[in-house]
Design a protein around this ligand. Sequence first.
Ligand code: NAP
Ligand code: G4F
Length: 351
Amino acid sequence: MNNKVALVTGITGQDGAYLAQFLLTKGYKVYGTYRRLSTPNFWRLQYLNIFDDVELLPCDLLDSYSIIETLRASKPDEIYNLAAQSFVGASFEQPIASGEITGLGVAKLLEAIRLIVPEARFYQASTSEMYGDNKHSYQDEKTEFVPSSPYAAAKLYAHSMVNIYRQGYGLFASTGILFNHESPLRGIEFVTRKITNAVAKIKLGIEDTLELGNLDAKRDWGFAPEYVEAMWLILQHDKADDFVVATNETHTIQEFVERAFTRVGLNWENHVKINEKFKRPVDVNYLKGNYAKANELLGWTPKTTFAELADIMIDADLERWTNWQNGIHFSWDAWNYPNEKKILSRKLKYD
Ligand code: NAP
Ligand code: G4F
């Protein structure tokens, strides 16, 4: 134990689970927030075998009083705000809820910190989506933000509030402007995991086709466990600041598709179809970060390559579906998720 207490909001998500695991190895006492759902959602903590090692607190960013209770109960030295409605696609379907959770929720949290634990260090999960459909060859801490989705607009509001509370009230409030990061714990709606889950099912004869939207968009994809370490480094730095965390590389969605199908010995063109419903009203077509500042001031550098990342994810999904076919039951998201084709988008409903 290092006697430090960390509070992780959104511990049930991809980053929350990996960050909790990382902080436990550093000797922290780890509190994590979860929200009440009709079906409990702790599979990632179980997958990493840390469910029994973290303390859970019920908290919804929509509910100020639950935030206050959470801060009072945990008395954290470090707070990592990872909770958000984090899916860009859903933010077009539910722009108001996305704004209230992902944007205004952060203002509620900052106010509660200012009043209850002003000495705590605060990390906000900012995002490369804030750059929007920009025209720059790469993006760094000085690049302007032009958000292209309700999600990105909410995140930019939250990002601005962190800067205001840092300057205005002297809070140690930092942000990580993280570019896309993926893993076998990635939510199943996000394109990488949607692809690796489908490719595994296709390889095993459970499904035949994969429907996708815009294959030409480019993303800077890294490996999530490395990115949560950057979050921690940001809070260990001697002053609160904003840091880009990225790989300095970019690849199209089609390249990821090709890599995943190749890994299992299949030709993607025999299985992938384009469905307009997976295209967004506005998309971000090009993201490529520059992590020079994080490298210089924090000593952080990404390690896993694009190809290694795709392989890690496809191998994990292949193993899960193989186990499932063999009747081995374990905690995991994909088996009870309907094929996404079943979900009508607003566009299809009203066209
Ligand atoms: P994720 O898997 O979607 O996890 C989001 C977490 O937020 C989940 O624990 C979720 O709980 C929780 N949450 C949702 N609504 C909430 C509410 N109203 N009150 C309290 N908690 C709520 O996201 P992630 O990929 O781990 O990302 C972590 C954070 O980094 C997010 O803020 C995301 O926007 C940001 N980010 C992610 C990336 C990326 O590439 N992954 C890049 C940049 C920034 P449930 O499990 O109950 O849904
Ligand atoms: O995987 P995505 O849904 O991730 P997106 O929109 O880049 O957002 C993720 O990264 C952000 C950081 O930049 C985070 F802040 C955010 O929370 C989230 O983690 O989509 C990636 C790209 C998009 O251009 C999308 O249009 O893939 C394209 N795409 C093509 N077909 C698809 C699909 N995306 C999804 N989800 N599903 C498709 O069928």
